[in-house]
Design a protein around this ligand. Structure first.
Ligand SMILES: *[C@@H]1O[C@H](CO)[C@@H](O)[C@H](O)[C@H]1NC(C)=O
Ligand SMILES: *[C@@H]1O[C@H](CO)[C@@H](O)[C@H](O)[C@H]1NC(C)=O
Ligand SMILES: *[C@@H]1O[C@H](CO)[C@@H](O)[C@H](O)[C@H]1NC(C)=O
Ligand SMILES: *[C@@H]1O[C@H](CO)[C@@H](O)[C@H](O)[C@H]1NC(C)=O
Length: 578
């Protein structure tokens, strides 16, 4: 297999544009600028061990900003560092605790043992655990304090009414793509109102910002995350038949679609026969360190020139928009994070999600009687399907690959397709289109002739380990790489295979699901909590790597466990341990 040479290319000239925008957004948000100063001083005072920069941009102010700023400016500094006791005194006097602007709220539709809960789970030990996982919804359930509504200028948290489910630990607020798997779990838990509440909240973000934010904070306003809102709506609709929900969701989903096909995201690629195709990429509107990780981004960029810095911050924030932050998938050199080049890549999963968004919009429009929108989106989906098949599918290797845009085309409107620019490295995202088998089994879909070859190609990929599907095959120390296995990736691939018209695919799906459930169960028994990711090589071991310590809670992990148990059940006589 010929590996693309693009990993040797320097940064794209596209980035020349970026410095124009530098320093706009944080400067226009005085609270965020101030909290970043506090964060940066905190690092000097506290030292790097277990330092979490996000903690400081999450602090709610107790007083008006100007008062806190003056107090901060008059703190004593010894050779540039604020003494720890002074610093702690200042924090206590001027801030409430991070996360205290979210309050616990038991969801109205939570029942300790809902009627019809996981009827196929017969094994008592498994059932007991499933009920414990279900009960964690209470722990992860929050309401935004009225304080935020009253004085939004003192909080980076965005106000929202109603009860929501957060991922947990440092992820104190609602996240976009996490919410899809949270909702899958809530549906297994029969918590339809809570699921709808999350959807309404995400819709309100589209109404305000034109897209769903990465998360519910002012510092996430300039990037989104993998677009799965239509999938959330569809799942809820399939359980509840709620046509009002579709009516309410349709206009914002049209707006969101516009965001993903707007200039920043969409590119035109001409194939070898002269046909032009449109596909999308991730691209944040952000050219500075990510506020929640500014000290990390600044440290990483120390060796770069000022204009390279702007480009790097832009690419790094764009990787965060992909949900895969961070990964060799976006890096030209997998041992150097500053070579992250997200906007030069056309991702398989993003285009699968947008394709599905188009099918969902068409379906919702049809149900609600808007035939012309329905027809229009059938056409959009058809074009995208042709584009994905022509440019991302690789018939010889039996999988879809991300595509690297050629930098020589970057100043032109149209890129020229080059088969050597498919990124033939193996990532779990190469198999995400399989998910559509679960979603649109009988309609016009990406996988025209599903056959055993796709299953063989997945089996041979090396991704399937003893305890789950690995994210990639390279152990780079990044969290979206080997040996980590992430719940959403397990779920999409398993859900797709389980719905294929192939016995072998279904049995592969079941065996991956069983091992995934067992390793999560073992980790839970060992540590008392659910983890955001697992190590696929060893039973009961949670995942590591990346920029923060491994997090527990955990929204999507719990959602995937409940969804898999709902799908496959657990017979009396099946062992629960690895
Ligand atoms: C970031 O988003 C905010 C809110 O939508 C907008 O006002 C601002 O201009 C954006 N910043 C950049 C650099 O595009
Ligand atoms: C990749 O990055 C590493 C670490 O910075 C460096 O040592 C190596 O030379 C780089 N490789 C290439 C091909 O540039
Ligand atoms: C939309 O199409 C359906 C059949 O597909 C038809 O029954 C209905 O009358 C059409 N509605 C409008 C408003 O054209
Ligand atoms: C859920 O919250 C309860 C009460 O605060 C706590 O005792 C329990 O350990 C939490 N469970 C998990 C799994 O986090």
């Amino acid at each position: 297999m010929a590996l693309p040479l693009l990993s040797l290319l320097p940064l794209s000239p596209l980035f020349a544009l970026c410095s124009l925008h530098a320093c706009m957004a944080t400067d226009s948000d005085p609270l965020l600028s101030f909290l970043q100063r506090v964060q940066s001083d905190a690092l000097r005072t506290m030292g790097p061990t277990d330092f979490d920069p996000k903690l400081y941009v999450d602090l709610p102010l107790k007083t008006d900003l100007s008062i806190a700023v003056s107090a901060f400016d008059s703190l004593p500094r010894r050779s540039g560092t604020i003494p720890i006791s002074e610093f702690n005194k200042f924090l206590k006097e001027f801030f409430d605790e991070a996360g205290s602007d979210l309050v616990y709220a038991v969801p109205v539709d939570f029942k300790p043992e809902p009627e019809g809960f996981l009827v196929k789970v017969e094994n008592e030990e498994m059932r007991k655990w499933a009920l414990e996982v279900h009960a964690i919804w209470k722990n992860l359930s929050r309401r935004v304090s009225e304080k935020v509504k009253k004085r939004p200028e003192r909080h980076t948290l965005l106000y929202l009414p109603g009860t929501v489910i957060v991922p947990g630990s440092r992820f104190r607020e609602v996240y976009y793509w996490d919410s899809y798997w949270v909702i899958r779990g809530l549906l297994a838990s029969k918590m339809y109102d809570t699921a709808k509440g999350i959807v309404f909240y995400l819709i309100s973000l589209i109404e305000t910002y034109g897209h769903v934010l990465n998360g519910a904070r002012t510092y996430y306003t300039n990037r989104s995350q993998p677009p799965l809102l239509s999938s959330m709506v569809r799942e809820i609709y399939m359980r509840t038949g709620d046509v009002e929900l579709l009516k309410r969701a349709l206009p914002p989903l049209l707006k969101e679609h516009g965001f993903w096909v707007s200039d920043i995201h969409q590119v035109t690629i001409q194939d070898q026969r002269g046909h032009k195709h449109c596909l999308s990429r991730y691209q944040a509107r952000w050219y500075q360190p990510r506020p929640e990780s500014a000290t990390v981004d600044e440290e990483l960029s120390l060796k770069l020139t000022p204009s390279e810095k702007d480009a790097f911050y832009h690419e790094f924030a764009s990787a965060a928009e992909s949900g895969w932050d961070f990964s060799s998938r976006w890096m030209r050199n997998s041992s150097d994070l500053t070579t992250t080049a997200t906007t030069s890549i056309i991702p398989v999963d993003l285009n699968t999600f947008i394709y599905k968004l188009e099918l969902d919009i068409s379906t919702f429009a049809k149900i609600t009687g808007d035939n012309s929108t329905s027809q229009k989106f059938i056409e959009s989906a058809k074009s995208r399907k042709v584009a994905i098949r022509s440019l991302l599918w690789n018939p010889n290797l039996g999988q879809w690959f991300d595509y690297w845009l050629d930098k020589h085309d970057a100043h032109q409107d149209v890129y020229h397709w080059n088969p050597g620019s498919q990124n033939c490295k193996i990532f779990a995202s190469n198999f995400v289109p399989l998910w559509l088998l679960a979603q649109y089994p009988d309609s016009d879909q990406l996988i025209e002739d599903f056959d055993e070859e796709l299953v063989t190609s997945l089996r041979k990929s090396g991704l399937i380990s003893d305890y789950g599907i690995a994210t990639s095959l390279s152990n780079t120390g990044q969290q979206w790489d080997f040996p980590n296995g992430w719940p959403p990736l397990q779920h999409m691939i398993v859900d797709g295979l389980a719905n294929a018209y192939s016995k072998e695919a279904r049995s592969l799906a079941e065996s991956i699901a069983i091992n995934w459930i067992k390793t999560n169960f073992a980790a839970y028994k060992k540590t008392g909590s659910m983890h955001e990711k697992c190590n696929v090589e060893s039973c009961g071991e949670f995942g590591g790597g990346g920029e923060y310590i491994p997090q527990t809670g955990f929204g999507w992990s719990n959602g995937v466990i409940l969804a898999l148990l709902e799908e496959f059940g657990w017979p009396h006589d099946r062992d629960v341990s690895c």
